[in-house]
Design a protein around this ligand. Structure first.
Ligand SMILES: Cc1cc2nc3c(=O)[nH]c(=O)nc-3n(C[C@H](O)[C@H](O)[C@H](O)COP(=O)(O)O)c2cc1C
Length: 213
């Protein structure tokens, strides 16, 4: 992909306020979007996240009023809710190590040093610190998703405008160790969404980018 095509896609992207409810994302494109979530980086590679694809339209109807009534929730083709690991425990670390062993053909014994480090740095760290850390990781995946969507010319809205506790209740997350932190609706912009015509408001380069020489 040429640089100007990337630039053009990023300028084309905006946070959609009104989706065209008649347009659906193809399975092929949606799979690529899911791959971008899976391939996102995370600190230590731990992936303290989950991605809930809300397929049930009735559930989306329920989520809308606790999302400030935002119409994207029900009109978009797809909705993904980002979950983070609320408390980092040894069992999760162990699951990760077993996955490394499986994928890379390593022995668990050879991963003991990594295990000790993860337990020290994550499991034994103050819970609130790790909670915030886990949420940050989820936002990295969100960024990957948004960029991939833009490159595919699929519209998206990143959304924090909802009650996380209501989402956790509706999505039956209580007691699972996972909590909702953000959601992204995906699909195709409505021709009447006036936000697509607004100029992007971004600080000037000098305010954003500094060079340390
Ligand atoms: C984490 C996050 C949460 C957001 N929450 C909402 C939301 O709940 N509803 C909405 O319409 N837009 C939401 N936005 C969109 C922003 O308002 C939008 O990205 C910003 O104004 C910049 O505009 P642009 O994305 O169209 O360039 C959110 C954006 C981010 C990154």
């Amino acid at each position: 992909m040429a640089n100007n095509q990337i630039q053009e896609a990023l300028e084309w992207r905006y946070a959609v306020k009104k989706f065209d409810p008649t347009k659906k994302i193809s399975d092929k494109d949606f799979n690529t979007l899911l791959e971008s979530l899976k391939l996102a980086p995370s600190s230590y590679g731990v992936q303290p996240w989950k991605f809930l694809v809300i397929e049930n339209p009735k559930v989306r109807e329920e989520l809308k009023p606790v999302s400030w009534g935002q119409t994207q929730i029900t009109d978009a083709s797809h909705q993904i809710v980002f979950l983070y690991k609320d408390v980092m425990d040894e069992a999760f670390v162990q699951k990760y190590l077993e996955r490394i062993a499986e994928v890379r053909g390593a022995s668990l014994e050879s991963l003991q040093g990594l295990k000790d480090m993860l337990i020290n740095n994550l499991v034994k760290a103050p819970e609130e610190k790790i909670r915030v850390w886990s949420q940050r990781q989820a936002y990295i995946a969100m960024g990957f998703l948004l960029e991939t969507a833009a490159l595919l010319k699929i519209d998206a809205t990143p959304m924090e405008g909802f009650s996380a506790s209501d989402y956790d209740r509706i999505l039956k997350l209580e007691g699972t160790g996972w909590k909702s932190v953000a959601t992204v609706t995906l699909g195709y912009r409505h021709s009447e969404d006036s936000f697509q015509n607004l100029k992007k408001v971004r600080f000037a380069d000098e305010a954003l980018i500094e060079y340390v020489k």
